[in-house]
Design a protein around this ligand. Sequence first.
Ligand code: F6P
Length: 519
Amino acid sequence: MTAPVRPWLLPDLPVVLVSHRGPVSFRRDQTGARTASRGAGGLVTALTGLASSLPDAVWVCAATTNEDMAVAGEHGDQAVEVTLEPKPRVVGEADPAVGSTSQPGCVKLRLVQLNEQAHDDFYTVIANPLLWFLQHGMYGLAHAPRLTRREHIAFEDGYRAVNQRFADAVVEEVTVRGGRALVMLHDYHFYLVAEQVRERCPEAVLSFFLHIPWPGPDAWRILPPAWREHLLTGLLGNDVVAFHTEGFARNFLLTCQELLGLPVDLQAMTVDLGDRQVAAHHYPISIDVAAMRELAASAEVAEHARGLREAFCAGDRQLVLRIDRTDPSKNIVRGFEAFATLLADHPELLGQVTFLALLQPSRQDVPEYADYLAEIGAVVARINASYVREGHEPIDLRLQEDLPLAVAAYTVCDVLMVNALADGMNLVAKEAVLVNTHDGVLALSENTGAHQELGAFAVTLHPFDIQQQADALYAALTMDPGLRRARREAAALVVQENDLGKWLAAQLADLPIHPQPSR
Ligand code: F6P
């Protein structure tokens, strides 16, 4: 899936994209052959459209598998061209007929090889959990976090070292493009890159987009002063720092004001560094509407939808759905507890309603995530044992990633539950309301970026209040059919009119990268 980028919005200078996960990852199969798979997730989908529309773009990302490292090594650690369609692979490899010149649908990838210990410290000690938990407000401060020598070493030799490696790679890519390029940095993995690139490539235009929440200044006091200053001054190396919501952008300015003592303008949304200003903008990310509709209309999805309808929607039976990574920020355990409360309060629903949870195991090398997955299994077993009736278990938990099945489930569900503790946006909510054909109700956490656009058409969930979530699920399941339809259609229209192309276009239009009209 790629998002269309209107040609007149494309920058007139080369683009260097930077994210931790790239659009393709390589492995060896059992026969020893190299295989490649597309990266999943909103960030990758969003950037793929841009990268493949531009003739001279390079995507700098981490080599996260042994085979990624082999590919990088074979190309002397320089960018390698990959095709994404119909199946991802290195251009010229396995199918020499494809040739090796740049072509539409190709992306240049610079896979950055990292020392294993450094990457582990960067990813499993600092980025996830520390920054992720802090930014999603997930710490119970009486017990966590505990910053010991281990974390101090991980910040220096992991987070800072990996950011340094990425800055070096970006500087090389900008330099081979003549020193002037648009560098688009993505997410909390790379707060320190812009400052270093600006020093060494003063003509580069630097933008940063954060895909997760930015909390207010007090949350950042969890970090040692030197760390938070590094993170903030690193970010202020950008020309623009962008977020999903205005609230996150405002929090960022207030953090610069309070923790760095810098003057900020909350009207103009800028922070003043003396010799230049940094803008804090907000652009709510979205989905590729045409691609999602195309997938929803495919034969594979239709086949899955038939099976799901037979299994869960016969007669007047109803289906509650959730689709998430097994991330503690998604609040999956409380969601199941709310469903159990619903069944306890309304026993007439037993056997009538099923909760289908399609969950993708995530970040299992981070202990907090492994523990959370175990907790999910335990709570589901407990609830199913308590509420099983005539062989019908109320929760169907599937730990797998299957996009066509997920989209089929979107189309047939009666209620989609999104009860995240905090979420930068939440694209599941947008995908589901777009393609649902059952006038399904969106039950949406007030703490998601998506709630700002879709909350008016949703049943709002308060993520810490299990009873409220149970009552809200009941309201959704018993909602008047006319109201269900009107709300679903209104929500779909909002998504349709604010698709991924608009998200990209708004950012590109605001950057100083377009040729000035000649007078
Ligand atoms: O922005 C959230 C994010 O980090 C995305 O970059 C990514 O798609 C998703 O979470 C999953 O994270 P990870 O790459 O750590 O599996």
